[in-house]
Design a binder for this molecule. Structure first.
Ligand SMILES: [Zn+2]
Length: 399
């Protein structure tokens, strides 16, 4: 079953002499600052990719935005019919790092690992996707078209890119998201969904010595709410409620007129979003300190990546492809959110974590295992080749 065809051998051989080129594209991307809020930076990282695609003859379209980095849609035409569902490769080129980070600690390699801002999350995955597209472009395409989607606002929950991802996913035969693999090398078959929200409490200021009882303390009310929010975590169902930030008050001798908390709710099943969020809303609405009121505002949202029989088939195909290259992997569940949830919520079979192997994302110690850049590109290419061949077979059977 793990026998490879001649076409697959040709495909894998295409990658072998290209490790250096892959590392050099990665270096260029890592050394281009592209924090989500830095549109010129995210677009500069996009320009690096556009240059690469034009060199290898891949057609690109841009979806532009005023505030966020433009989205790039790169297309490798199918070898045969044109009205065929594409396979979508997703990746984001924004990072969590501020401008100047790349100059402070530029791309470098030490002991078989590569370092630098965004090297793991997820500029290495972007490089893998770019080279997989290039391979199929040069080798004449697949039975299905390939769409590479390169977005620039994932780290802030994709306010601009979400509808673009959803549109692509609705059409897709399968979606692969090249977020990094786990440090163990395993990939991600299930992700939690999450909602970031802001809870603001409004009270009434008063002098704490002169007219204490005229005041209404927003801090007291928020403290009471936080205790109630804590009760919503349900470990068994995979629901967590984290109050990650609090602020408030005016001075030590003033009854606090304002206090706020930022809340991160995570859940495994989309159904749990409604129930946990209505509980939070209830806590927001019910103020126990007289004279206070509160509002709850959603700031960002990720949908869960749920497992389906179709996504399990993608996983099995990927796993078998990895095994052919001598790599043993399993699927893991994670509480981390990503764009793959938006794709999977549209009903597209979706696999996540098919990027390079690495860890410590969002920290200065972020790294990838350098050999995994080439290895995982080969695994992904082989898996896509097989999924595409299979889609052609099921079409012939079905029609
Ligand atoms: Zn990421």
């Amino acid at each position: 079953m793990t026998d490879v065809t001649d076409a697959e051998t040709r495909l894998l051989k295409w990658f072998d002499p290209r490790q250096k080129e892959m590392v050099s594209l990665l270096e260029q991307l890592v050394n281009t600052d592209s924090g989500s809020a830095d549109k010129p930076g995210v677009d500069a990282a996009g320009a690096v990719l556009l240059q690469f695609f034009s060199k290898v003859g891949i057609q690109t379209d841009m979806v532009r935005d005023e505030a966020r980095g433009d989205a790039i849609v790169a297309t490798v035409q199918s070898r045969t019919a044109s009205n065929v569902q594409p396979i979508v490769l997703m990746g984001h080129r924004d990072t969590v790092f501020e401008k100047g980070e790349a100059a402070r600690r530029p791309f470098h390699i030490r002991d078989g690992r590569a370092f630098g801002p965004g090297v793991n999350d997820m500029k290495s995955g972007v490089v893998i996707n770019a080279f997989v597209l290039a391979a199929f472009q040069e080798l004449g395409g697949l039975p299905t078209p390939l769409t590479g989607l390169f977005t620039g606002d994932e780290e802030v929950a994709s306010p601009f890119s979400r509808p673009i991802i959803e549109r692509q996913a609705r059409e897709a035969f399968a979606v692969f998201n090249a977020e990094p693999a786990r440090p163990s090398g395993n990939i991600v078959t299930r992700r939690k969904g999450g909602v970031f929200s802001l809870l603001e409490v409004f009270g009434k200021a008063a002098h704490s010595g002169v007219n204490f009882f005229d005041g209404a303390s927003a801090i007291n009310e928020l403290a009471d709410k936080i205790v109630r929010l804590k009760e919503l975590t349900d470990e068994r169902r995979g629901i967590t409620v984290n109050v990650g930030l609090i602020r408030g008050g005016q001075t030590v001798n003033t009854v606090a007129p304002y206090a706020a908390a930022e809340i991160d709710v995570r859940f495994v099943e989309q159904n749990d979003r409604a129930t946990s969020f209505s509980s939070i809303q209830k806590i927001a609405d019910e103020c126990r300190v007289d004279g206070t009121s509160a509002t709850l505002t959603i700031k960002g949202e990720f949908l869960p990546l749920e497992e389906t029989s179709a996504s399990r088939y993608l996983f099995e195909t990927y796993k078998t492809a990895a095994l052919h290259l001598g790599i043993e992997i399993s699927g893991e569940h994670t509480g981390g959110c990503a764009d793959s949830g938006f794709a999977s919520a549209q009903g597209a079979p979706t696999l996540c974590g098919v990027g390079a192997v690495g860890g410590k994302s969002h920290t200065p110690d972020e790294y990838i295992e350098l050999p995994s850049l080439l290895d995982r590109a080969k695994v992904l290419a082989l898996a896509i080749h097989r999924v595409s061949a299979n889609s052609a077979r099921s079409r012939t059977r079905g029609s």
